[in-house]
Design a binder for this molecule. Structure first.
Ligand SMILES: [Zn+2]
Length: 143
């Protein structure tokens, strides 16, 4: 069994667009098209899309704030010139960073899943998610 992945390592793997669990499987089939699951270890990626979109939205808002503060600090000769420069920079930064930010979001989701499941690894693709909740409650008595 492989050693447990540290939080920092999982996040760095996500940022590098690699599977947060094994670090070997790529997250993306193409630029921004996720594999359904890791091609090496089977960790599901697509089941996490709702959480990753929230993270992507929040980081987009954060990047927008950074760009606005940058424009205020740089004090362009006119607001129009500032907007003219800022618009392509903002579009390039927002779109270009989506796969990396989504990779970090998938890593965070993986870490949360692992934490919620008491430190056990999330189920690989193909096995039922119900299996995690199928343990009988402690103290249950057969009749
Ligand atoms: Zn993997």
């Amino acid at each position: 069994m492989e050693p447990r992945v540290t939080v920092l390592r999982a996040l760095l793997r996500g940022l590098a667009r690699r599977c947060p669990r094994c670090g070997r499987g790529p997250l993306y089939e193409r630029w921004n098209q996720l594999w359904p699951s890791c091609t090496v270890c089977g960790l599901p990626f697509e089941t996490r899309s709702g959480d990753t979109w929230f993270f992507t939205y929040v980081t987009t808002a954060g990047l927008t704030g950074v760009l606005i503060v940058t424009m205020i600090l740089l004090q362009p000769p006119s607001v129009f010139v500032g907007q003219l420069v800022l618009l392509p920079v903002a579009i390039g930064l927002m779109l270009g960073s989506v796969p990396f930010r989504k990779g970090v979001a998938i890593a965070i989701d993986y870490l949360v899943d692992r934490s919620v499941q008491g430190g056990s690894e999330p189920a690989p693709t193909g096995s039922s998610r119900d299996a995690t909740g199928s343990e009988p409650p402690s103290g249950a008595q057969p009749r």
